[in-house]
Design a protein around this ligand. Structure first.
Ligand code: HEC
Length: 157
């Protein structure tokens, strides 16, 4: 090899090495996406339970409910849909995905996701009022959007 070609070769090698991690970052593996979405739903369930227990307790905890509602609203408006990328239809995350195949093809999913975002935002706003009766109503509305999507697009246990 001519010595003059060595720097070019090294430069090419360096590009290849440094490019690899950024490609991996741009497209996480299906297993990773499914783990993230299953984890996100677990966080939703956690915060749902916090609100439910505050509504059931004798003394309503306004701060606790506001914090939990904010987490739910952040997730609901955080584009969970991007975690349902092509290739994740049959992937295993923490467990086999429970998403039904129709979720990836039916346009109605977008409407259900939009309903969910709207009600989550509504709950966070109602929580600020500190009125338990209003929170209960928003909370029930939100719960119906969880159920509507699960009934149609989540495999039954
Ligand atoms: C637009 C559809 C949709 C909405 C809205 C929705 N979910 Fe789900 N949920 C799913 C799907 C699909 C799965 C299965 C994910 C997977 O296994 O890949 C799931 C899974 C779950 C799981 C199980 C996670 C695990 O450990 O695998 C829980 C808990 C859950 N959802 C709670 C909720 C709660 C609480 C709400 C409302 C506050 C909600 N979901 C709203 C579609 C939805």
């Amino acid at each position: 090899m001519k010595p003059s070609r060595l720097p070019m070769l090294l430069a090419a090698l360096l590009v290849a090495i440094t490019a690899a991690p950024s490609i991996a970052q741009q497209s996480p593996k299906p297993e990773q996406l499914v783990k993230w979405r299953q984890s996100a739903y677990q966080v939703l369930a956690w915060n749902n339970a916090r609100i439910k227990s505050s509504l059931e307790e004798a003394s309503y905890n306004r701060d606790e409910v506001q914090r939990a509602a904010n987490v739910i609203a952040a997730l609901a408006n955080g584009n969970l849909g991007s975690l349902f990328a092509p290739g994740t239809e049959k992937a295993k995350g923490w467990r086999e995905t429970a998403a039904r195949p129709e979720l990836f093809t039916e346009p109605r999913v977008a409407q259900l996701a939009a309903d969910f975002s709207r009600e989550a935002t509504g709950l966070a706003q109602t929580a600020a009022s500190g009125d338990p009766a209003a929170v209960r109503e928003s909370f029930n509305k939100l719960g119906r959007t969880c159920k509507a999507c699960h009934d149609a697009y989540r495999v039954k246990d």
